[in-house]
Ligand binder design. Structure first.
Ligand code: DQA
Length: 137
């Protein structure tokens, strides 16, 4: 099974960025743990701070891999383009947010991804990515 985690803007700062919200582990360390836990799976990850690069990646992987785990970060709340890309591809997308976006500012409560996601997980910390993987198994 081929899965990809796509992370949006500022998620390259995990471990350093607002640790009270996002925790103190880097994504690199967490990703190594995931790869060890799911040795039988082919899991890759991609991060970009650039909206168009996230759209290009969705187009590239969205017709042949088995599942996409997408945390579009701030673009979740602003990007019609990423929402349309999720709608336009055939691979199912599980939307993940580390924090509980519904317990935060009003502007975080709208997602352009959710209407076309096969599932949404938020508020479980980094564990949300693991739960998303399990949803594909
Ligand atoms: C986030 C929530 C977004 O509102 C925020 O802009 C992020 C991270 C999360 O994982 O909790 O950058 O997607």
């Amino acid at each position: 099974m081929k899965l990809i985690i796509i992370n949006g803007p500022n998620l390259n700062l995990l471990g350093k960025r607002e640790p009270e919200i996002y925790g103190s582990k880097t994504f690199e360390d967490f990703f190594k743990e995931l790869q060890l836990k799911y040795k039988e799976l082919e899991i890759s990850c991609f991060q970009s701070n650039i909206e168009g690069e996230i759209i290009d990646k969705l187009h590239e992987v969205g017709f042949d891999c088995d599942g996409i785990i997408l945390n579009a970060a701030a673009y979740t709340h602003t990007s019609v383009g990423i929402g349309d890309a999720v709608k336009g591809i055939t691979t199912p997308v599980v939307e993940v947010h580390i924090s509980n976006i519904h317990a935060r500012e009003e502007f975080r409560q709208h997602s352009y991804i959710s209407p076309n996601a096969s599932g949404v997980l938020f508020g479980f910390g980094l564990k949300g990515y693991d739960l998303a993987i399990q949803s594909f198994l």
